[in-house]
Design a protein around this ligand. Structure first.
Ligand SMILES: *[C@@H]1O[C@H](CO)[C@@H](O)[C@H](O)[C@H]1NC(C)=O
Length: 380
């Protein structure tokens, strides 16, 4: 009987050990494990909501609302069988990401100079006015390729360092106070050859441009127009728009582990001496306060214990005991309190046990993070 139960438990342990590798491969943190592609493998491009950003040289916030990528008025091309929602991580959900599939076809290592995203769109006057307004407010397009946001290389005017922004503008001003729509995207994807024939995406840069003369030619072909005729959306009539793109794969020495480094950029690298000193002063003050309290209570107690010791030495002298000096007094009483059950233990079990506290803390945390999401939207 004993031996069978022992062998049973051994087989259970063995099966758990056998399961362990499958469990460890099933558990995957998005963005942490690299995705390997072979040459010509399809690399999906996902689209996120359009977010407002400050217009260059103008610190004022124009809008805080993030639009779904497939908002009708933008007339962006959707996949043939409709866009699908892409499941997101918790962090993504908290940041308000709305990730969907797109019709862009990127094949690892295969360059394309000019491809239509879909056939042409016709902007009515109302939609044109809406999009022109959004361009003026500095709205940015947010794409994700292999979990990496598509951005533009920018230079920090203060420090002269190069960094990558998140997202790229929907359109821009042409210099004469009129806005133009970006309808051609040159997508530069940096890849790293991890081992022979295995490639990883390590960088994405999008150079959007406006091309008023681009035409859809049917059967997946297009004329990508030229850069010197930008595309103005007519807010009094109809405008035909063809969205086109090019894909360029560039070999890179950046490894997968460091691919996020380009996005980490501190705008103001000055050390904030005032807040540093402020924190130090508060720490010193609190330490001082706590130690004063400790010293004041403990000194009295120590004096009493010392008196007790002296009294024990001359056993005949019982005056100390008559004074009410006991071995357990003062701060030593704490040890008796540690294991004393609380008076209304049941109330506590209701609060903690049914998750009310957990629920309230979750609500509080989400409430606190909302202003931060807002702040992030503003920064972008
Ligand atoms: C693709 O384009 C990039 C950038 O222009 C270039 O460096 C690379 O050699 C091209 N690849 C092929 C296979 O033509």
């Amino acid at each position: 009987m004993l031996s069978t139960s022992a062998s049973q438990s051994r087989s259970i342990v063995a099966s758990i050990l056998l399961l362990a590798p499958t469990l460890s491969t099933a558990f995957y943190l998005p963005g942490a494990a690299p995705t390997n592609y072979k040459k010509s493998d399809v690399v999906p491009l996902y689209v996120n909501a359009l977010t407002p950003a400050d217009v260059e040289g103008n610190q004022q916030v124009h809008s805080v609302y993030a639009f779904d990528y497939y908002t009708e008025s933008f007339h962006f091309c959707a996949p043939k069988d409709g866009p699908q929602w892409v499941s997101e991580s918790l962090g993504s959900i908290l940041f308000g990401d709305r990730i969907q599939t797109s019709p862009y076809e990127l094949k690892m290592g295969v360059n394309e100079t000019c491809k239509p995203v879909c056939d042409h769109h016709t902007f009515e006057a109302g939609d044109a006015a809406f999009v022109n307004q959004k361009i003026g407010q500095g709205y940015r397009i947010n794409w994700l390729i292999d979990g990496l946001p598509a951005g533009q290389l920018l230079m920090d005017r203060q420090t002269g360092s190069i960094f990558e922004s998140v997202g790229f503008p929907l359109g821009r001003e042409d210099g004469n106070g009129k806005v133009i729509l970006h309808n051609h995207y040159d997508i530069m994807v940096d890849f790293h050859e991890a081992s022979a024939g295995t490639f990883r995406v390590v960088g994405i840069e999008v150079q959007p441009s406006s091309r008023g003369t681009s035409k859809y030619q049917g059967e997946g072909k297009a004329d990508c127009g030229s850069l010197d005729k930008p595309l103005y959306l007519n807010d009094k009539g109809k405008t035909d728009v063809t969205y086109t793109y090019g894909v360029y794969w560039r070999s890179s020495k950046t490894s997968f582990a460091t691919r996020w480094d380009r996005y980490l950029h501190v705008y103001d690298p000055r050390i904030h001496w005032f807040s540093l000193i402020n924190s130090a002063v508060i720490v010193v003050f609190l330490v001082g306060m706590v130690s004063t309290i400790l010293v004041r209570t403990l000194r009295k107690d120590f004096a009493r214990y010392n008196r007790l010791d002296i009294a024990m030495e001359n056993l005949n002298d019982t005056s100390a005991a008559e004074d009410g000096v006991q071995e357990d007094s003062g701060w030593k009483l704490v040890h008796g309190d540690v294991f004393r059950p609380p008076k209304n233990a049941l109330i506590l079990s209701v609060l903690v046990g049914n998750g009310a506290q957990l629920f309230m803390m979750t609500g509080f945390t989400i409430g606190m993070s909302l202003p931060m999401v807002n702040a992030r939207v503003r920064r972008n």
